[in-house]
Ligand binder design. Sequence first.
Ligand code: NAD
Length: 485
Amino acid sequence: MTTVKSVKTLQLYINGEWVDAKSGEFFDVISPATGEVIYRAANGRADDAKRAIDASYSAFPKWSKISSKERAAILFRLYQLMHENLEDLAQTISNEMGKPIKQARGEVMNAAEYVLWNAEEGKRIYGTTIKGFEENKRLQVIKQPVGPVAAITPWNFPLAMVTRKISPALASGCTLVLKPAEQTPGSAAKFFELAEKAGVPKGVINLVTGSPAEIGDAFLSDKRIRKITFTGSTRVGKLLMKKATDQVKRVSMELGGHAPFIVFEDADIDQTVSSIMKSKYFNCGQTCISPNRIYVQESVKEKFLTKLKEKVESLQIGYGLEEQVDLGPVVSQAGLEKVKSHVKDAVQKGAVLISGGDEFPVQGYENGYFYLPTILADVNEEMQIANEETFGPVAAVLTFKTEDEVIEKANNSDYGLAAYCFTKDLSRSVRVSEALEYGMVGINDTVMSQVQGPFGGIKESGLGREGGPNGLADFLETKFISTII
Ligand code: NAD
């Protein structure tokens, strides 16, 4: 931590103004590819969070009452600005968290789609009328915005996770304070600059970067904040939920996962391998829906491993901002250590290394957190990797004999976010998708973050859904009105 401004600095955005933290402190943001400080971000604390809550509370009465058409017009302008600034946003994402630029562009487009979807969806907030038992009674149900909301987001999709929360909040008439991850304040700051240009009125959205626990506690202890929407680890999610009980605050939790990926012997193995390449090694394995346990039916194990190895060894590793790169660094030294320890534990307990298994020194980027794309075969349930999120480019392959056996194994997890089933048998796909205890199931598909669909998990993977009509519903309260006429 320092009070000296020597590289580019990022500020807080409170009540329509860019300001330093009250303390004057900044924290360093490090590039995971170069290990260098890329900028310093304002280190907000409880008093800054309070200023932001004041602003969101003051802005709420007006914003909640303007017409849905006006709110939609502002969001539509924001969507256009995101497209006009696509390259700048993508470079910011890639620079601060390391993902390949091609994937960063995809993230910007996906993030913008949420803004567009919610702009439209906000015009369709329906209530209902119910027939009463008495002739002079009128029963009505209306939907109203929950109030000022606090949002906390992770670094792995630093823009999409932000728009998945801010756009439905704005469309439903809520105001909001955001605390983004400390690794990626730049993407959030760029988004706020565009939101300001799009005409989001002052105080409606506010940005506080800085000390996670202090800011989180300020959100949770303030009665004016009516809801917490969080995306991040299950560990932190549980902590926030416990604290939210004091004021019975509304919570939405998008937490960790440990996705089973089931490959039946009748699956199209080329298509299956290509889907693994797009999901397991996408974002360097740092996604909550990444396949973590790849269950392959015994009879196709060798064929599957041979094809996967060939594809994995053709991946280009390097600095994300270079166009040809497929796999960037993991986000931090701590992230790298976790990947190394999971691989070491698995190998010590009998897993077979098919490919990778080590750090990878990229020429010119020797201080980056690069790890070779890795395949481990003969993984079993005793290994850490079969139970905890690795958040790295490591495919852990297990085998199974029967459908019943693999369903039981797949469901044997505290997590319940995403699961995948690859098969050509239609009946089997229906049976398996209904039996899997997960919030989302991909049948011959791994692309789950789609604006029309409800994204989210069951069990310890969370509460609530983002996307589709459900995304807006999580920011609305239900009011019942009974009238005697
Ligand atoms: P994390 O839980 O460490 O951090 C997430 C956010 O919480 C960050 O902004 C962080 O600063 C903040 N935070 C940390 N401690 C806090 C505290 N005590 N009080 C308040 N805020 C606090 O997670 P991460 O490492 O940034 O992200 C990776 C995790 O996110 C993985 O577990 C991944 O599965 C999950 N994730 C889930 C989804 C989903 O939609 N379900 C999407 C993306 C990521």
